[in-house]
Design a protein around this ligand. Structure first.
Ligand code: MTE
Ligand code: LUZ
Ligand code: MOS
Length: 756
């Protein structure tokens, strides 16, 4: 099953926001943004810009008819800056003109004076100065304080992980135009049409039923358009509303990189206590999350860090503190894994450090502490149908880890300047939004009189194959060819109150809603068939491959059945909602069962390090993953490969650098390196764990969008192992990304010092 859109993509026929046919008189926006990271605005002079050629208007916060507020979780984010600016790239005014060039020309004529204020870019400094997004969150179980004394080893350390640019191929953008109802229609590149609708309604002071948001597909999101598409949707809507004209905004790549938030960098302190046999008895961790200038999704990201703070391990005593720190950077946001990777990285760093101190192999420590079936994670959820041990064991046997180790040790004995390293990485990722109420989706299904089928859901296709999965689901309910099933654009008038397509739960939840709606129609069709075939009830009737069977005889075609239903005035449309059952979380005690189930697997990553130049190549990534009962193999494999490579990039070459003035230095692809085909591991082997199924997932499968990203964490430790093979005596920093530059600095500290 290939991706729904692959043919159109290859031919260049797939439309994204900037490809849509637009009406005459379309206006374009350039955002006039702050050039300083923290300041009071003393004076702005728009007069010259307003007289510039082609300018239709300049819109500021004073023009907002509703509220100047787009904060999703905490109301702390103005759409357009008023008195103060809090990060470089913060929108101040919208320059609207007949062409993008005229808008640009005008925007440079705006004169602004700032009174500069102190800039914070470091989360620990923000913490010390009390600049917090909200009060710290603590999840705990057992008692760490009384356990340290019982431990044979207590090891402390610090671990850092960096930000990550989403680099969706389609930059942020939206197109909006006024409607005759006094409302507005927004075509948005968003993962969350309802989020754009809600925010725009608020900004425009309109009820939500006057704001329609429509999305055909987006050119990637990776979390960057879960909440942050709202800014651009609101901006287009505001300008269209104010000027009563169709208006479009498409960010240039550089503006997108400068203005939008990224994965949250974390700086963390850990303390881990173990028995001499290697069992982890206690783990204490403090996460300093670099949230940027406003909350955005940071509190939810912080939650997931806490949930995944012990990764796939069982730890009896845990105290995890997470602090969301306000800095003068663009608000950081959702990114594939959503805080989970940041939490897991620190746990792995702690185990790695412990393995060094104790002289036990890292992978042995990992294995010893894997959580077992029926154990309870420290926030109260018991792991059922666990495949953690199975995936770990099968990875070890199928890929013969012992022989990999021998081969690598042999290579390292025989090579001076090239060293190899490998590492295992188990992943256990909870599937469900951690805010329980968000775990709902809806679908609207029509069967037309010619037998073709139309499906609308809240799901957004961003390349992850959700449309293919929903199409397969609906086709299998009716047992018809998938070509009969069309997935419509995602539109707030057909799917209301949707959650963003995120948390890897898009296919599960929207697929289940579509399945329920389809089954309602199916039941009616079976009754029509029973009547037509003169049988009392429909229990002897089945649909198979486009035919209606009475017992095992084909009697009617799908088309004849639909015609009969239509002639008898049967309702061939149905709407359904799906709410994930059985999940809850009690925020007063931070205990509950937040997840419908867990996505699970183990990877081995092998790397070759050039110790003269600091550069490395990934020889292989080998995985055993529990997909449940996969029904879209190519999509699932593609998601796994893509996520792994994105995870490798995060841990290694992707480095976001802001200078101390809060200016992004890596604001183009010349300075921000992302994985390309040369970076891609030479070999990626993926084994689908057999004989598993998962009733909580769509058609027995498991969610796949985010979990494999965390296999990338193994890359960091594989590289450390290669560095240790080169220089075993040195203690290396637990600081990701471990770029080639950092590898060199760590391998040759004397030389670095002499350079400085
Ligand atoms: N795959 C592609 N090609 N493009 C994307 O933007 N986003 C990822 C993942 N896979 C993404 C992707 C993220 S962050 C999530 S949460 C899931 O897809 C969302 O889709 P799903 O819920 O249908 O898995
Ligand atoms: N978004 C969200 C997410 O709002 N809540 C989550 O738990 C989540 N998890 C992963 C990705 N996005
Ligand atoms: Mo994904 S970070 O849940 O959009």
């Amino acid at each position: 099953m290939k991706n729904y859109d692959s043919e159109k993509h290859v031919k260049g026929e797939s439309q994204f926001v900037d490809d849509l046919l637009t009406p005459a008189g379309l206006l374009h926006i350039i955002v006039f943004a702050s050039t300083v990271a923290h300041a009071k605005i003393l004076k702005i002079d728009y007069s010259e810009a307003l007289n510039s050629i082609g300018v239709a208007g300049i819109i500021t916060s004073k023009d907002i008819p509703g509220e100047n507020q787009i904060g999703g979780i905490i109301q702390d984010e103005p759409l357009l800056a008023e008195e103060y600016v809090h990060f470089i790239g913060q929108p101040i005014a919208l320059v609207v003109a007949d062409t993008i060039l005229h808008a640009k020309d005008a925007s440079v004529k705006i004169k602004i004076e700032f009174e500069k204020l102190h800039v914070i870019t470091d989360p620990r400094e923000a913490f010390q100065k009390g600049e917090l997004i909200m009060s710290p969150r603590i999840f705990a179980s057992g008692d760490v304080d009384s356990t340290w004394l019982k431990c044979d080893y207590v090891i402390e350390g610090t671990a850092e992980s960096g930000g990550q640019e989403h680099l969706y191929l389609e930059t942020q953008g939206a197109f909006a135009y006024p409607l005759e109802t006094g409302g507005i229609r927004i075509i948005s590149s968003t993962q969350g049409p309802t989020q754009v609708q809600r925010a725009s309604a608020k900004v425009l002071g309109l009820p939500m039923n006057k704001v329609e948001v429509d999305v055909t597909r987006i050119g990637g999101g990776f979390g960057g358009k879960e909440d942050q598409a709202s800014t651009w949707g609101c901006i287009a809507a505001l300008a269209a509303w104010k000027l009563n004209k169709p208006v479009k905004i498409i960010l240039s790549r550089q503006d997108d990189m400068r203005m939008t938030g990224k994965r949250h960098p974390y700086s963390s302190d850990f303390k881990i206590g173990l028995s001499s046999a290697g069992k982890v008895l206690a783990y204490e961790v403090t996460f300093y999350q670099n949230a940027g200038a406003s909350a955005d999704l940071s509190p939810a990201v912080l939650d997931r860090t806490l949930f995944h703070a012990v990764n796939s391990y069982y730890v009896p005593n845990v105290k995890a503190t997470a602090i969301s720190c306000r800095t003068n950077l663009p608000p950081n946001t959702a990114f594939r894994g959503f805080g989970g990777p940041q939490g897991m990285f620190v746990m792995e760093a702690a185990l790695y450090k412990a393995s060094e101190v104790m002289g036990i192999e890292y992978r042995k420590l990992q294995e010893l502490n894997l959580i077992t079936e029926g154990d309870t994670f420290y926030y109260g959820q018991t792991i059922e149908n666990s495949t953690i041990q199975r995936c770990w064991q099968e990875t070890n046997t199928k890929y013969d880890v012992d022989s990999i180790q021998e081969r690598i040790e042999d290579f390292n004995r025989n090579n001076k300047l090239f060293k190899k390293g490998f590492s295992l990485m188990p992943v256990c990722f909870g599937i469900s939004f951690t805010n329980t109420f968000m775990n709902q989706a809806s679908a609207l299904v029509h069967v037309y009189s010619d037998g073709s089928i139309s499906v609308s859901t809240g799901a957004i296709e961003m390349g992850q194959g959700v449309n293919m999965k929903i199409r397969q689901t609906v086709a299998s309910v009716f047992s018809v060819d998938i070509e009969l099933v069309k997935i419509e654009s995602t539109n707030t008038t057909r799917a209301a109150n949707t959650s963003p397509t995120a948390a890897s739960a898009g296919a599960d939840m929207n697929g289940k809603a579509a399945e329920i709606a389809s089954n309602i129609i199916l039941e009616k069709l079976l009754n029509v068939a029973a009547q037509k075939l003169n049988v009392k009830n429909n229990s002897s009737i089945t649909l198979k491959d486009g035919y209606v069977y009475l017992n095992s005889t084909p009697e009617l075609s799908w088309f004849q059945l639909v015609q009969a239903a239509f002639q008898s005035r049967t309702n061939l449309s149905s709407q359904a909602q799906y709410a994930v059952p059985g999940i809850y979380f009690d925020r007063t005690i931070n205990k509950g069962k937040p997840f419908a189930y867990y996505a699970i697997g183990t990877a081995i990553i092998e790397v070759t390090l050039d110790c003269l130049r600091g550069i490395y190549e990934f020889d292989s990534v080998k995985v055993v993953h529990d997909y449940g009962k996969s029904f879209s193999f190519v999509v699932d494999r593609g998601q796994t490969e893509g996520a792994i490579i994105q995870g490798l990039g995060w841990m290694t070459i992707e480095e976001i650098i802001y200078n101390k003035d809060g200016k992004l230095i890596t604001d183009a692809l010349s300075t921000y390196k992302v994985p390309d085909i040369h970076f891609t591991p030479k070999e990626i082997e993926i084994e689908f764990l057999e004989n598993v199924k998962n009733d909580a997932g769509i058609k027995g499968s498991k969610a796949i969008g985010e979990p494999p990203l965390m296999y990338g964490i193994g890359a960091f430790f594989a590289i450390l192992n290669a560095m240790k093979a080169f220089n075993p005596d040195k203690e290396y920093k637990l600081s990701a990304p471990i770029t080639p530059e950092k590898v060199l600095c760590e391998l040759y500290p004397e030389n670095v010092n002499s350079l400085v």
